[in-house]
Structures are given as C-alpha cells and as structure tokens.
Design a protein around this ligand. Structure first.
Ligand SMILES: [Zn+2]
Length: 358
C-alpha cells in the first residue's frame, strides 16, 4: 500500500478518544507519549515514567499505572516497522563482550564522529520556499553525523549528494560542535563521497583523520548505520501517523521535516540509565525539570500559529483572525546557531513551530 492510500482513507478516529473502551486510560496516556516522542519504544517511554535511585520520574504521568500497564499496539508502528521474516530468519542476542565495541575508547566529544548518507527517491520539500521550485532543486537525501562519545546526532539535508554540498554539511556540523567548545579529531565513514579528494583534502587541512570501513564491512560504521536506521524509522512512522490521522495535511514531501524532528528527539531524549540526553552531554547543561519534554507535540498534528504580523508588534484589523491553523513540523532549523553557553539548551528547546504553508 502506497503512502497516498493512507491519506485517502477516512480513519482519522484516534485510539485515545474517550469512547474507545478497548484501552484503559493509562494505556491511552502511554500511547500519547509514545506518539509525542516520535514513536520510540514503549519500554523506553515507560522507563521515563518511573523513578530510579531516588530520582523523580523524568516524565510525570497523570496515571501512575502508565509506567507498568500492558503495552498497547500502535498502528503506525506496525505499518512502518514490519520486516520480512523467512524460514531462515533467526533472532540474534547481543554479545555482552561486544557491547559498545565501536565507541568504548571514544571518551571525549569529537574524538570520533561516524557519518553516513541517506538517499530519498521522493524529493523533499525545502523549508524556505513555497514549493514552486523544480523537483530537481528539492532535497534528495542528506548526511548524518553521529558523535561516538555523546551520541549527539546532526543531519544536513542536501539537494545534491556530491562532495561540494557534503562539505557544506560537514562545515555546518563542525560549526555546531565548535559552538559547544568541541572540535572533530577523527571521522569514520563508508567509502563513496567521503573518499573523494575534496573531502579528504578538507580533513587534511583541518588536521582531522579519516578512516573508512572495509569493502563489504558496513558494520564497521555501525554507529552511523544504526542511528540512521533508528531516526529514519521514526520519521517514516511519524509521516504515516500524520497520514492516517490528519490526511488533509499529510504530504510525503515533508520527509525532511520529519527527519529533522526525529533527530531533534534523538538528541533530547534522556538515556534511561544516566538520565542525560546527548544534547545535555554535549552542552554541559542539564534541564532538571525536563520541561522541554512536556512541551513536545505529535509530529503533523494541527497547530494554531500566531499571525506573524502580531509577532512583529503590528496591529491587525479588528475582525481579522489572530492566528491561523498550521501543522506541527518540528522546530526551526535556525536554532543551530548558539550565542551564549548558558542559553544553548534553552535555544534548542523553545522555538516557534513552523507553519504548514503548502
Ligand atoms: Zn508508534
């Protein structure tokens, strides 16, 4: 079934509606947080509801049963995550001796950064246009950088996946990292564009080492491969969730926004053990009340946006509406610029929503 088939169906009724008696209230609350957090695992969401080591819960659920209730089924996850199983498929359990093998020696931010590229055959919408540009000028993929120490992730969507634009993405990532006071010492990637002369020259100029995975050994770049798989899975699920619930506004060309929001969620979600998020690790600042998590929205949901003229301090005619309906697409990319260390985290976490303007 194609994406367009989902947006043509009249299935906007939500599982969390009051009249749905198949789920208890605690399951509905768990489901809502699962949606807000980008369809991350239910166990991870429930762990955020629980207190640990005398620390209060990261997310205070209205119903305490939400932290231990049986896990409901999320239709969007089922649609987006099912994989093919054959008679030879088998479950593989992790070898404890190999846990964190790729990054156990990377103890400082920037010591090693994995990178990889993703490609989309569906052109992605640019954030600053009115969708009137040629499809050849839309996003076709992007580069994802993952820091081994903090697991901080950075995505740079690209129109072309050539060396020129990839280098712009590399500079943008390094600029973000340097705003936190870190520089990149080593890069690791697959061959391809990262093995181009221009890319290697740029690394050499900046005194950075670069290593490549062996032929057919993509697992050596597992840090980036796994992270990309996770955030692309979240983005795909969020797109399908929006298509099922708000079909009038759903558009598959919004995938760059979904992907950037998935990366944002990855960076702000606290680790269940350390209770620190990648963004907190890299910024050195901690948000003790986790208020930024409470302010999250479900990606693609209807949003009321204040009229920009009012934001600019201008006046409107008396009977004109003060706001317009939008669609929550994530947070403004301009937040990648940081000014003062003490406001770094706040700048990331409190930005206006982008209106749905297509
Ligand atoms: Zn889900």
């Amino acid at each position: 079934m194609a994406f367009d088939d989902f947006i043509s169906q009249d299935v906007a009724d939500s599982l969390v509606e009051k009249h749905n008696q198949n789920l208890i209230q605690a399951q509905k609350e768990l489901l809502q947080w699962h949606w807000k957090l980008g369809h991350c695992g239910f166990q991870q969401v429930q762990s955020l509801f629980r207190s640990s080591n005398q620390n209060s819960p990261i997310i205070v659920a209205k119903l305490t049963a939400a932290s231990s209730c049986s896990v409901p089924i999320c239709a969007s996850c089922r649609i987006a995550h099912l994989t093919r199983r054959t008679s030879t498929s088998s479950s593989v359990s992790n070898n404890p001796a190999q846990l964190m093998a790729l990054r156990r020696n990377d103890l400082t931010v920037g010591q090693t950064v994995s990178m990889d590229q993703h490609i989309s055959t569906t052109p992605g919408r640019l954030p600053h246009t009115k969708v009137k540009e040629s499809p050849a000028l839309k996003y076709t993929g992007g580069t994802i950088f993952v820091d081994h120490c903090s697991k901080f992730m950075y995505i740079y969507n690209q129109v072309s996946l050539g060396a020129g634009e990839t280098l712009v993405g590399k500079c943008s990532f390094e600029s973000t990292l340097s705003s936190f006071g870190f520089t990149v010492l080593n890069y690791h990637g697959d061959n391809g564009i990262f093995a181009s002369q221009a890319f290697k020259d740029d690394c050499r100029t900046k005194g950075q080492n670069i290593s490549f995975s062996g032929a057919g050994a993509h697992h050596q770049n597992g840090m980036a491969e796994c992270s990309i798989q996770t955030v692309i899975g979240w983005a795909r699920t969020m797109l399908l969730h929006a298509a099922v619930h708000w079909p009038a506004a759903a558009n598959i060309q919004l995938w760059p926004f979904a992907l950037e929001h998935a990366v944002y969620l990855w960076n702000i979600l606290p680790d269940t053990m350390t209770r620190l998020s990648p963004l907190e690790l890299i910024s050195g600042s901690h948000n003790p009340d986790y208020s930024h998590l409470r302010h999250l929205h479900v990606w693609g949901c209807p949003t009321i946006v204040l009229d920009p003229r009012l934001q600019d301090g201008k006046k409107l005619p008396k009977w004109s509406p003060r706001s317009r309906m939008g669609c929550f697409l994530g947070y403004s990319p301009c937040t990648l610029i940081y000014c003062e260390p003490c406001t770094q985290l706040a700048d990331w976490l409190h930005q206006p929503t982008l209106p749905f303007g297509s």
